[in-house]
Design a protein around this ligand. Structure first.
Ligand code: PEP
Ligand code: MN
Length: 366
């Protein structure tokens, strides 16, 4: 249930309402919107009479029951207002949100060595990315596949951060590594395979750090939002949702199926920012560009792109990784659509005269 207060409600009156709610053994959560203060009521409110709440103050404009299982995550909880996730990076804070420029995250699947991570960081930054991604702890289907360099890779990410000023996104798989990851990461990634690892969600939420929550391979949108709810319930509102493709039946030509429809659907359900990862979604570098364009057109707030200086030699996810040059080109093409939708700033991109060359990759031989 949420209480929407009238414009200009004095803060003493908000405090009085909040006290009154607490007396009823319900936890109030104040959300300062752009124009109005909304108070979310957390707890057993099924039996609570909305009229009784309405009568608490003449400054209450409306009392709305949130009938969905996800509460803090719901759009209603913020009275329809998109939330902003503000992430501090070495040079400047970066804002993820519907009313902000697109945020671009780029980097290799795994941190392999100092030279490759620092070179990639410098190049993606020069092309206009704001965050460097790179795995230190890798969730691999095979226990015999490269598992990531762990702690030493975190140190290399810290080096790359220092060298470029880029923010860092990296995944945590195990609560035992959380402190180490949280020291280096500006945003902590929870991977698709851990989306429903509820004890991990609670602990990552409790760090207070921004969290990138990837959609599980076979998670419904409601499953996904319920997982986000765990983080918000740990008093951490800084969650970014990342659609990275879901499992469908074709495994021959695409690795996963990018659920583009998740973008408008999420927009109608939640206030949280939305990121798209076309690299894991398609599994093939030649499809990354058209899917990135589709994601921008559908209204995504951010993109995560895998980039490697030598994809053929990558220790993980080479086939879906763009070369540094291809990423450069992608950024120029993103600028065209980004500008068209009013979601591009000078900070995104240093180039001035991008030209569009988008075409769907074709290699047909009959
Ligand atoms: C990754 O980002 O490298 C990764 C493993 O992603 P996902 O959890 O989406 O598979
Ligand atoms: Mn990967």
């Amino acid at each position: 249930m949420i209480i929407v207060t009238k414009l200009g409600t004095p803060s003493v009156e908000i405090e009085r309402i909040v006290e009154e709610i607490r007396r009823q053994k319900i936890t109030p959560e104040i959300c300062q919107g752009q124009h109005k203060v909304v108070i979310g009521l957390i707890g057993e409110t099924a039996e609570t009479d909305t009229r009784q709440i309405q009568n608490l103050s003449p400054f209450i404009e409306q009392v709305i029951r949130v009938n969905k299982p996800f509460k803090r995550t719901s759009l209603e909880f913020r009275y329809g207002e998109a939330s902003e996730v503000v992430v501090s990076t070495p040079k400047t804070p970066v804002i993820f949100g519907q009313n902000h420029p697109l945020v671009v995250v780029a980097g290799p699947c795994s941190v392999e060595n100092e030279e490759m991570i620092v070179e990639t960081a410098r190049r993606v930054k020069a092309a206009g990315a704001q965050f460097l991604r790179g795995g230190a702890y890798k969730p691999r289907t095979s226990p015999y596949a490269f598992q990531g360099h762990g702690e030493s890779a975190l140190e290399l990410l810290a080096l790359a951060r220092e060298a470029t000023g880029l923010g860092i996104i990296t995944e945590v798989m195990d609560t035992a590594d959380l402190d180490k990851v949280a020291k280096v990461a500006d945003i902590i990634q929870i991977g698709a395979r851990n989306m429903q690892n509820f004890s991990l969600l609670k602990k990552v939420g409790a760090t207070g750090k921004p969290v990138l929550l990837k959609r599980g391979l076979a998670a419904t949108i409601e499953d996904w939002l319920m997982s986000a709810e765990y983080i918000l319930a740990a008093d951490n509102p800084n969650v970014i949702l990342c659609e990275r493709g879901i499992r469908t039946f074709d495994r021959q030509y695409t690795r996963n199926t990018l659920d583009i429809s998740a973008i408008p659907v999420l927009r109608s359900l939640t206030h949280l920012p939305i990121m798209i990862d076309p690299s894991h979604a398609t599994g093939k570098s030649e499809f990354v560009l058209p899917m990135t364009m589709a994601a921008i057109a559908a209204g995504a707030d951010s993109m995560m792109i895998e980039v490697h200086p030598n994809p053929a030699k990558a220790l993980s996810d080479g086939p879906q990784s763009l070369t540094l040059e291809a990423f450069d080109q992608l950024m120029q093409e993103m600028a065209v659509l980004g500008k068209f939708f009013g979601r591009w700033t000078q900070n995104n991109h240093p180039f001035t005269t991008p030209k569009i060359t988008t075409k769907v990759a074709t290699s047909i031989s009959i």
